[in-house]
Design a protein. Structure first.
Length: 269
């Protein structure tokens, strides 16, 4: 059974969210997915991460990395497996060592930047990610990741310029649009956040289910609770739908406003 949607850290203010940037998928060789995330009401106890690495894979990659830490592919796979398993400090250490052993390897530099962002070192992450591509040959995934780092530093206008540039390269890319929507959520512009997330939900290919969860949260924060519940339940088995609705209620109730009742504000007496 799949776990409920992946969640990042819930920031201090009621209507803000942490952002996990779009995947850098073109910079890695493993099948692990690294996608735009959602939110958690408690930084100290995040729910399980979806698509977490198999512990046996982590152990195997770790053995191979220790045997040959200069192998870039092994380092990349091991670092990504650690990230997927929430072992943030270890992932940073592995990628840092790997980039020192393989200077100029853009995939490892990108992985290092993402690991730094996972660990909360957003300014350093932004700097490192900037060296993972060039102005003459920009990577839309890294542009989106840089935007996410800027959003974490409350530099929202700058972040949106990075998303806009990413979308010029990859129009209507759901992961970029999701980051854009969460950027607007961070600045409490909920209508703009909803518009971007609806575009993301309608985007190309298989849209990550966390986009839908983010949309449900934004809709719920605007008081349209019944609609939010319908969104987070869609296309899920009953047990997963119930878990997602429960988590949505928890987030909305924790924001300090009206309690989630499953009814739209306009319908309540």
């Amino acid at each position: 059974m799949r776990q409920p949607f992946c969640l990042a850290r819930f920031l201090a203010t009621a209507a803000t969210t942490a952002i996990l940037a779009a995947g850098l998928a073109g910079c890695k060789t493993t099948g692990l997915s690294d996608v735009t995330g959602s939110v958690s009401p408690r930084a100290e106890a995040p729910p399980p991460v979806s698509q977490a690495a198999d512990p046996r894979d982590i152990e195997a990659y770790g053995e191979r990395f220790r045997a040959n830490p200069r192998d870039p592919d092994v380092a990349l796979r091991y670092g990504q497996a650690l990230r997927a398993n929430g072992q943030r400090a270890q992932a940073v250490s592995v990628f840092e060592q790997a980039t020192l052993n393989n200077p100029g390897n853009k995939a490892l530099v990108a992985g290092y930047g993402r690991a730094l962002a996972d660990a909360g070192s957003f300014e350093r992450a932004f700097e490192v990610l900037g060296t993972a591509h060039t102005p003459a040959n920009p990577d839309w995934r890294i542009l989106s990741a840089q935007g996410a780092a800027l959003d974490q530093m409350a530099r929202h206008d700058e972040a949106r310029r990075y998303y806009a540039n990413a979308l010029k390269i990859r129009p209507e890319e759901p992961s970029v649009l999701s980051n854009l929507g969460l950027s607007y959520m961070l600045s409490k512009d909920l209508p703009q956040a909803e518009a971007a997330l609806r575009r993301a939900q309608q985007g190309r290919g298989n849209v990550d289910p966390r986009v839908r969860q983010n949309l449900g949260l934004v809709v719920g924060l605007q008081g349209r609770f019944s609609e939010a519940e319908t969104i987070v339940r869609a296309d899920l088995p009953p047990d997963e739908a119930a878990a997602n609705v429960a988590y949505l209620k928890q987030m909305l109730n924790n924001r300090g406003g009206a309690k989630f009742s499953g009814q739209d504000d306009a319908k309540r007496s």
